[in-house]
Design a protein around this ligand. Sequence first.
Ligand code: TYM
Length: 320
Amino acid sequence: MRILSGIQPSGKLHIGNYFGMMKPALELQEQGEAFLFIADYHALTTVHDASALRQQVRDVALDFLAAGLDPEKTAFYRQSDVPEVQELSWLLSIITPMGLLERCHSYKDKLAKGFAASHGLFAYPVLMSADILIVQSNLVPVGRDQKQHLEVARDLAIKFNNQFEEVFTIPEPSIRDSVAVVPGVDGQKMSKSYDNTLEIFGDPKALKKRVMKIVTDSKELEDPKDPDTCNVFALYKLFASDEELADLAGRYRAGNFGYGTAKKELLAKINEHFAPMREKRAELENNLDYVEEVLSRGAEKARAEAQKTLSAARRAVGLE
Ligand code: TYM
């Protein structure tokens, strides 16, 4: 089984990325042949500052290796080190209906946020389809916000196979319900672009401030509270055992329990969970040559697969 996922290097890694994609992807690396890449071509649709992009690519590489990516099991690479993906993107583009892309929520969301309507932003899902199809992925672990993009990839693979030749494996998304949409401090989906994230490797003081700012209702201290509608509880769930959850839920319902206490307990959980990864990340920061070496080995492996698929696709359309 081939497993593939990608992440944009467009900001600091947050708890939503970690639980929505990174953790499931790292667990899946035990079950098949895994490919994980840093989507730098995609990031260019919104990041137009060369040194910021370089820095962010380096940061994501460190984040993944610190979080437990095993380069022996997973081909870990920079998207732009596999330029074949651009040519495949073109071959897919010629069969991509405009309407399919016009319906994509993420494009409409980006415009609503004030990004200029560029061709790159519009064609984003086609490039993403090429990422997935070029290594013949079976399974793509993602958060729910990527579901529609996965449907585009499937549609294009089926259409290409029917219209030309059977070249592509049809990929399946892998979305875990419990972490499909991790909420941010304001209760909306946690997202860099909503400025509501809890960063994993950021400044501990800033993290504490953010946790203390998580939006709750305004019940009095003595009132019973509902854990199931509380953002603090929803985040606590990601880290706690069933017993710990039942205990906290009981204290919510009993009353005489403030959200401040729940927030402190959440913060302690976050810090405990990520402490070993923070340590590992600090070590890796002093070993950037190793990080580069991992990325170039990963690119070599991904490129070998990419070249095979691209060559089959070129033959199918008549370029070879
Ligand atoms: P990106 O960089 O926005 O996010 C990386 C992954 O994190 C997941 N995620 C979340 N999951 C749950 N709750 C949240 N609050 C949350 N926020 C982010 C995302 O769903 C994603 O899985 N287009 C992709 C990158 C990409 C890609 C690909 C992914 C490019 N090519 C091919 C898979 C396959 C993106 O922008 O993810």
